[in-house]
Design a protein around this ligand. Structure first.
Ligand SMILES: [Zn+2]
Length: 245
């Protein structure tokens, strides 16, 4: 499979997908209950497991993003269990076919401590969500914790989901290019192109000049060669004095 999020490390999950494809409308956040450290295990667990368990994305403690399931397919991540469907969702459709899931390396009990706001992991999560919200037209406000749709789950614990959403919105606004910025960028592009054409013109002109010099020098060189040949024939070397009679 290919990554939907540019630069994501692809470790494809063994098990995912339904009879119909995913139409992502929201984000479900999880903690996979593995230590927040420099050893991301969950993507490889999903790659090797026989269980019906997977995730769309995984964000490691150091901020590396893994993609395990294509966005167009449902991950086995967050089906509704014993709770009502979210307001925006279609309750006749599996929630895994209406969401993207993110496993955030760490534990539900301590993710609010191991992923402080501004940490590499926090930033990677915000950047991932902002990028894909834009690409897929997902409102960032439609982000919820797994525990909100399953009576059996507590993840992602005390993660401040509202702060994540606020930071995603800010990130998306920052990424928006205003008309003035666009015009400034366009002017820069025009200038670069103009310079490139000018440079190309100079190169062509310089090549022409070089050829002109070569053409001009060629007959002179022939005369020099002839002179040297004549000098050798009479045994003269450069610098010898010649007695003219
Ligand atoms: Zn979960």
């Amino acid at each position: 499979m290919n990554a939907d999020y540019p630069g994501a490390i692809v470790v494809e999950a063994a098990n995912y997908g339904y009879f119909s494809g995913n139409r992502p409308l929201a984000w479900c956040l999880h903690t996979p209950e593995e230590p927040a450290d420099d050893d991301p295990q969950t993507p490889y667990y999903f790659h090797n497991t026989n269980r019906d368990a997977s995730t769309t994305y995984f964000v490691s403690y150091w901020g590396f993003v893994f993609q395990c399931v294509p966005e167009s397919e449902g991950a086995y991540a967050n089906a509704v269990e014993g709770k009502p469907y979210p307001d925006w969702a279609d309750s006749t459709r599996n929630l895994n076919l209406q969401t993207l899931s993110v496993e955030i390396e760490g534990f539900a009990a301590s993710i609010h401590q191991t992923m402080p706001r501004g940490s590499p992991q926090w930033k990677a999560l915000v950047e991932l969500m902002a990028h894909r919200c834009k690409a897929l037209n997902i409102p960032p406000e439609r982000t919820f914790g797994h525990y909100e749709v399953s009576i059996y789950r507590s993840d992602p614990g005390q993660l401040n989901t509202q702060q994540v959403i606020a930071d995603v919105i800010t990130k998306m606004e920052k990424d928006m290019v205003t008309d003035a910025q666009f015009e400034a960028l366009q002017a820069q592009v025009n200038e670069i192109q103009r310079t490139a054409y000018t440079q190309a013109g100079v190169d062509v002109y310089a090549a022409g000049l070089r050829q002109e010099i070569i053409d001009a020098v060629a007959p002179l060189q022939a005369q020099i060669d002839a002179l040297e040949t004549a000098q050798r024939a009479v045994g003269l070397k450069r610098g010898d004095s010649v007695q003219l009679t």
